[in-house]
Design a protein. Structure first.
Length: 165
């Protein structure tokens, strides 16, 4: 990853989920996060990518997933966007409910929120036939700023606002 912002357009495939996770781990390392924080970020991105490919795009080869990274002086902002039908946040099952504990899926958003400092989920253009869902995850730099490739200056800070697509 070079520069302060980079974006990738990936196919709706299982291979793209792995690519998103690996790219995230490298991006977090380049942004100056330690190994533990890099792994947490990459696991959160994996969860978002799984949701985008499997649930959002339903593995439709005509649909794409977008993965974007923005490194600022105080945070790494990661955005995963799909081209699916959108996500109804009011209809998500509780992954900690006894009836859901042994289920294979349903923990992605829970893990994103556990591993990242901020998670925002929004439906894109709800009037469209396929509005898509955008997941923005923010990992803040804690304490002293880690050494950055450009001397600690990461461009315009987002101050918690969503990164532009």
């Amino acid at each position: 990853m070079t520069g302060n912002r980079v974006s990738y357009t990936l196919d709706s495939s299982l291979a793209s989920i792995n690519t998103a996770e690996e790219t995230s781990e490298r991006g977090a390392a380049q942004a100056g996060f330690d190994e533990d924080e890099c792994q947490k970020s990459s696991m959160a991105v994996r969860g978002a990518a799984v949701n985008a490919v499997l649930h959002g795009n339903a593995c439709d080869p005509k649909k794409k997933m977008t993965l974007a990274f923005e490194s600022t002086s105080n945070a790494l902002v990661i955005t995963v966007t799909d081209q699916g039908k959108g996500l109804d946040m009011n209809n998500l099952p509780d992954p900690l409910a006894p009836e859901n504990l042994l289920k294979q899926s349903g923990r992605g958003i829970f893990l994103m929120r556990a591993f990242m400092d901020e998670v925002r989920i929004r439906m894109l253009d709800p009037s469209s036939d396929q509005p898509g869902t955008e997941v923005t995850m923010i990992k803040n730099v804690h304490g002293e700023s880690p050494q950055r490739p450009n001397g600690g200056r990461g461009g315009a800070a987002t101050d918690g606002k969503e990164a532009a697509q």
